[in-house]
Design a protein around this ligand. Structure first.
Ligand SMILES: Nc1ncnc2c1ncn2[C@@H]1O[C@H](COP(=O)(O)OP(=O)(O)OP(=O)(O)O)[C@@H](O)[C@H]1O
Length: 350
């Protein structure tokens, strides 16, 4: 969802600092021991019978951002996201939500936060089988004590929003997987939470339906602008829905960046492996491929911005008789000619 960028001046919705989740006996000693903290996953398990599922993670999520957490199976994605609402109790660290450290919240406050501020969408929908669509969607509102007429009105609105108008009285087993997940989405949106958390929501769906649902998330995000934290192990999905992507390995943070940053400048071989098959021309923007101006460059060619995706610029660069100037706020940042474009296209295999 390009275009929504993080602004440094905005107060983050979620700030995570030095977060650890260790499973196993006497887990709390691990984050505070200079020696144990440094052990590899295997060494830690052998020495202490503990698994550090989340190791010293830090990040901020900006208002309205779609923040993706990605990594191979077992890298700690689900544990990390569950720690954000204390569905899993963190071992150490801070989770600041709208200025409040929720690790200090008591049970009552935590229940309130989960009911009003966060909503989670799971891979296996978690719908109530004996309730029709509208009653599933309204369930959270019912628990909050919202009156019947208001529940029905709000449920009707979000059912329309996710494209399920007409199915209000259907039961979950009468719906396809994609439609059931739309019900899951409507249910999550019904309570108007500040943050939506998605745990691999589309992994159980057929590839075509999955693609539709990814587009649906982009559309919903444009329409409602909610802050979202989205777990996936699929890079194409991460690139499609995410403003920024956090890559995890063995519980630790490897890199955080926008899709083009990860593809252009992977932090290590693990990230490089993830992004290897991404068609570069679809992700990289002109700022990554431009070269410095040379003295003999004609400067009366067309202008394009640094954030134009290479694929979108290809036609105009190749059609232009002069090299294209990459310009932002009137400043010449660099030059892109046929050579720069063609080398990226060749690498992309597209
Ligand atoms: N309750 C638990 N007790 C002990 N170890 C656990 C527990 N839950 C998770 N782990 C371990 O923590 C690590 C991270 O698991 P987690 O499920 O967070 O990874 P993931 O990246 O979400 O994987 P997947 O994509 O397969 O769901 C794994 O090694 C897992 O075995």
């Amino acid at each position: 969802m390009h275009g929504t960028r993080v602004h440094d001046t905005q107060q983050p919705v979620i700030s995570v600092r030095n977060l650890w989740k260790v499973f196993g006996p006497k887990a709390a000693r691990v984050p505070v021991s200079a020696e144990l903290r440094e052990l590899s996953r295997r060494e830690l398990l052998d020495r202490t019978s503990c698994t550090a599922a989340v190791r010293d993670i830090e990040f901020d999520v900006a208002p309205g951002e779609v923040f993706v957490v990605m990594g191979l199976s077992g890298s700690g994605k689900s544990t990390l996201v569950r720690c954000l609402t204390r569905l899993i109790e963190p071992t150490a660290g801070e989770v600041i939500f709208e200025g409040e450290d929720i690790l200090n919240a008591d049970e009552k406050r935590l229940r309130e936060l989960r009911r009003r501020k966060f909503s989670m969408v799971f891979q296996h929908f978690g719908l109530l089988p004996h309730r029709c669509v509208v009653d599933n969607v309204a369930y959270g509102l019912e628990i909050r004590g919202v009156g019947k007429a208001e529940r029905a009105k709000r449920a009707g609105e979000v059912i329309e929003l996710v494209g399920l108008g007409g199915y209000e009285k259907a039961y979950p087993d009468q719906l396809s997987g994609g439609m059931q997940q739309r019900v899951g989405l409507a249910r999550a949106l019904a309570g108007d939470p500040d943050v939506l958390l998605f745990d691999e929501p589309f992994s159980a769906l057929d590839p075509l339906i999955r693609r539709d649902m990814q587009s649906e998330i982009c559309r919903l995000h444009r329409e409602v602008g909610k802050t979202m934290v989205f777990i996936t192990h699929d890079l194409a999905e991460a690139l499609k829905v995410g403003d920024r992507i956090l890559i995890m390995r063995d519980g630790a943070l490897v890199q955080i960046g926008t899709g083009d940053e990860l593809v252009a400048a992977p932090a290590d071989d693990y990230v490089r492996d993830f992004v290897r098959d991404v068609p570069k021309s679809h992700v990289l923007t002109l700022k990554w491929i431009m070269r410095p101006k040379r003295d003999d460059d004609p400067l009366d060619g067309p202008e394009l911005g640094p954030d134009v995706v290479v694929r979108e610029a290809t036609r105009s660069v190749l059609a232009a008789e002069k090299p294209v100037k990459v310009v932002k706020d009137g400043e010449l940042l660099g030059i892109v000619g046929d050579e720069e474009i063609l080398s990226i296209i060749a690498e992309s295999g597209s």
